[in-house]
Design a protein around this ligand. Sequence first.
Ligand code: 5GP
Ligand code: MG
Length: 176
Amino acid sequence: MKHHIDKTLLSATKIAARIEELAQEITDDFSDDGEITIVPILTGSIIFTADLIRQIKLPMRINLITVSSYPGSAIRSQGATVLGQQLGNIKGSHVLLVDDILDSGTTIRAVVPLLKELGAVKVRVAVLLNKNKPEAAGAPCDFVGFNIPDEFVVGYGLDYDSYYRNLPNIVTLKGV
Ligand code: 5GP
Ligand code: MG
């Protein structure tokens, strides 16, 4: 691979500590709702979701949606495309939508209305990272792990051209 890790923005230890807090906030928010439907946005949120949901002590089921906005080696959003979904019957459900990062907000703005159209009665959004871009202002977002600078990051589920998802830390790359 041509690219090399530049710097560590968030260590695995720091991520784990924050996820514990987030899980508590989410548990409190959904505690009167009976059960939660977790909807991870694939592929980037798989590791975040796996760690987060094991700390949420409420009954839940998981339904999937795949959205692509950075196809291949793109490092700027190319607009959100829903590539596939296995949402099943979410009518009347209380949904926690989970994404890796809030960038332009296009993904969240596309998926939240879809979940509501399919009958979800409550939709909360959790993102691990938020770049706080002006374009994303007004995109629904209820739980944020970390606010980060506007840099392209990989690791802990986030990819560049499908690589680096397995890195335990969140890092920037040289030469992208
Ligand atoms: P948005 O639709 O908010 O522009 O972008 C959200 C999606 O774009 C994220 O789910 C993620 O897949 C991708 N994305 C945005 N910023 C980054 C980044 O810095 N690194 C990586 N690897 N993906 C990003
Ligand atoms: Mg994504």
